[in-house]
Design a protein around this ligand. Structure first.
Ligand SMILES: NC(=O)c1ccc[n+]([C@@H]2O[C@H](COP(=O)([O-])OP(=O)(O)OC[C@H]3O[C@@H](n4cnc5c(N)ncnc54)[C@H](O)[C@@H]3O)[C@@H](O)[C@H]2O)c1
Length: 671
């Protein structure tokens, strides 16, 4: 921790880009650094990248900075402007610590700083929160300017963010969103992977992932509830009735930003989790944070420890430092049966450090990415073919393998792996959305609702947990049989959330809930803030990975079967619809989760301050935010969504949704 007083912190924020050129800085030693990005620009384009970077600074600094930025571009493939990284620590401070003329802007600053907190972010020096390339900003100048704008914004202005660049404050109204965020929005023909490399290197676009560039990341907790729901139900698929996951094996990979949630979810499910991770820093971090019980670095030791855990029917999570392909291979050779398997390497980003091929050390792979990208690409594809072959062999013995939305099936198929089903159209293995989350959660409107207590006080989080549990239990009493299991799992989740020690960074909570649950919980929070039971505003949000908001044909919308899963109308309607119904900020991104060009995803943030206006806004916006997705899913003839939207129409005046007439299959076959 550096010692910067609160006053110095406020001054630094209000100053934006410093008046004096700060001394040259090296990235913090020991930081988990982003891999060198592809050197893709021509010499002429490099000049353009420098011109673009230098426009943030006074002319008198250009000569000195031009050389330094060129050096950064050549060394790292991007211009991060390390020199301008602030001297104060970045983390979610209590809301009152932020200099601001409007409380909502202060809440947004808190959320931004949380996304850049080294305890939370994957590559904090490069402003990357998770997923290898999920950026909050492209460079430190954008960060400084954005914080400065937020510090002077009134509640009648809106800040417009273009892929990390703050275009500026524009007059608006009290009821308008305070910030509008777009990330990576391209003219459709320019969404090939190399387009991202080129335009990102030029400094004109960025990959916002889902909750990185939308300031809504809450550490691996953000995904752990969804991962637990998925894992519990994956085991339910293969276990006999009455049997439990105790002592059964779940093999997977990745201990990064999101994937780090897997061992915790495994422990909550009660199984033996083996999670392979090639980056020792990442494995150590999750182990130190208590998200994995053991850290093992040698394959033989792993085999022995797993056998012991099987014998003792343990619940234990093991972080293994090594390549996941080696583990699949060794477990096959040693005849260790894997009950459930998955993968959470960052295959949405396969060519620049998202996936590390078998046979290369972490360091060797990182070198090859920039020194010989073609060879690296070939090795990734070879490794994917090998991994698939091994998974197929395990599956023949009965392993249930599922894709957890990291584009594993897609990239393995592109690598020519034996991964297609007999019909040559589908994959051999299901995506977790097709088999589990889609029909069980999204189609009914259940999704990863979340909140952050801006006081930073754990007591407020406890109060909010208790309020949410009380609301859910009331809903549970009247819930229809169709959603009994979901309600039961959610009540159990919130009641044990504290003891599962999920908080990393801001005082945040995730909870799967449907529209009714989200609205009632939010309304109860707003009242508790007004009554002083909760000491400061609460920020509401959700993962973009939800019922609505995200159009992603191989993930969130993979269980849409009317052909519309390749369209992105729903995500756009969400952000526009949410923005005029009361969202404090909205965001729309190209490329989160499964890769650039493969998905459009949108989300919101909403600050509850205990006011009457907040009450009106939360009702209008949360209702639309969820039901937009259910309507689209019901129009696609998804049975569960049809059930949910008909029920909603019965109880909600003013809601009138177009329903599909279902044509008889026989009629079409006879044609
Ligand atoms: N469906 C969902 O809800 C969901 C949730 C979380 C993540 N995801 C997806 O999962 C992927 C991972 O997300 P993340 O945020 O954890 O990314 P991340 O980049 O932070 O972590 C991935 C980790 O995998 C490791 N890795 C890569 N290749 C490996 C290999 N062969 N063997 C062992 N380890 C290897 C990397 O070192 C890295 O630490 C992304 O594609 C993301 O979009 C999906």
């Amino acid at each position: 921790m550096t010692t910067v007083s609160k006053i110095e912190f406020k001054k630094a924020i209000e100053q934006g880009i410093p008046k004096e050129l700060p001394p040259k800085k090296q990235p913090s030693p020991g930081a988990n650094r982003a891999p060198k990005r592809k050197d893709i620009l021509t010499p002429e384009e490099k000049k353009l990248a420098l011109r673009n970077a230098l426009r943030y600074f006074p002319k008198s600094w250009h000569e000195e900075l031009a050389k330094e930025f060129l050096d950064e571009l050549n060394t790292y493939g991007r211009i991060y402007m390390y020199r301008f990284k602030p001297d104060y620590d970045l983390y979610a401070r209590p809301i009152g610590d932020y200099p601001a003329r409007c409380r909502k802007a202060a809440a947004i600053m808190l959320m931004i700083q949380n996304n850049l907190d080294p305890a939370v972010a994957q590559h904090p020096e490069e402003l990357i929160t998770y997923g290898g390339n999920g950026a909050v900003f492209q460079n430190w100048a954008q960060y400084l300017l954005t914080m400065q704008y937020l510090s002077k914004m009134t509640n009648k202005q809106t800040l417009h963010m273009y892929s990390g660049h703050p275009m500026g404050l524009f007059p608006s109204s009290k009821r308008s969103p305070r910030v509008i965020v777009t990330n990576g929005m391209m003219v459709p023909n320019y969404s090939q992977p190399d387009d991202l490399e080129r335009f990102n290197a030029l400094g004109v676009t960025q990959y916002g992932q889902m909750t990185a560039g939308s300031y809504m990341y809450i550490g691996p907790q953000g995904i752990v509830h969804g991962t637990t729901i998925t894992l519990m139900n994956a085991f339910r698929k293969i276990l006999d009735k009455g049997d439990t996951a105790q002592g059964k094996i779940f093999l997977t990979s990745g201990l990064g930003g999101m994937s780090g949630a897997q061992p915790k979810a495994g422990n909550i499910t009660g199984c033996i989790t083996v999670c392979a991770e090639v980056n020792l820093n990442a494995a150590q971090k999750r182990y130190d944070q208590g998200w994995a019980d053991l850290l093992i670095t040698e394959l033989g030791t792993l085999v022995d420890r797993v056998r012991e855990a099987r014998q003792n029917q343990e619940t234990v999570s093991i972080a293994f430092h090594g390549n996941v392909v080696d583990v699949w291979e060794r477990f096959y050779d040693e005849d260790i049966f894997v009950h459930v398997g998955s993968d959470q390497t960052s295959l949405h980003n396969p060519w620049s450090g998202g996936y590390y091929p078998q046979g290369l050390s972490f360091e060797e792979a990182n070198d090859l990415i920039s020194s010989d990208p073609d060879t690296f690409r070939k090795q990734v594809q070879e490794s994917l073919r090998k991994q698939t072959e091994l998974i197929n062999k395990h599956a023949e013995k009965g392993t249930y393998f599922f894709d957890y939305g990291n584009a594993f099936l897609l990239e393995a198929s592109r690598a020519g792996a034996d991964i297609m089903a007999e019909n040559g159209i589908d994959f051999r293995y299901p995506s977790y959305v097709q088999d589990i989350l889609g029909p069980m959660c999204f189609d009914y409107g259940f999704g990863p609702f979340r909140w952050v207590c801006t006081s930073g006080d754990p007591k407020d989080l406890d109060t909010s947990d208790a309020i949410a549990a009380e609301v859910l239990k009331k809903i549970q009493k009247e819930a229809p049989a169709e959603t009994e299991l979901q309600n039961q799992d959610n009540v159990h989740w919130i009641e044990s959330a504290k003891e599962n020690r999920l908080v990393v960074g801001s005082q945040a909570r995730i909870l799967y809930a449907d529209a009714e649950g989200r609205i009632k919980i939010a309304s109860a929070f707003n009242k508790a803030i007004a009554d002083g039971e909760i000491s400061a505003p609460i920020v509401l949000g959700r993962d973009h990975h939800d019922v609505s908001g995200t159009d992603s044909p191989y993930r969130e919308t993979s269980n849409i079967y009317d052909g519309s899963r390749f369209t992105a109308d729903m995500a756009i309607h969400n952000v526009i619809g949410d923005s005029f119904r009361g969202a404090t900020w909205v965001s729309i991104h190209n490329g989160g989760g499964v890769g650039w060009g493969e998905v459009i995803n949108g989300g919101f943030g909403m600050v509850l301050d205990g006011s009457e206006l907040a009450e009106k806004q939360l009702r209008a916006m949360l209702f639309y935010d969820v039901n937009n997705g259910i309507s689209r899913r019901s129009w696609a003839r998804n049975e569960e969504a049809l059930f949910a939207i008909k029920r909603e129409m019965q109880r909600s005046p003013g809601l009138e949704v177009t329903l599909p007439e279902i044509v008889e299959d026989e009629l079409l076959e006879d044609l």
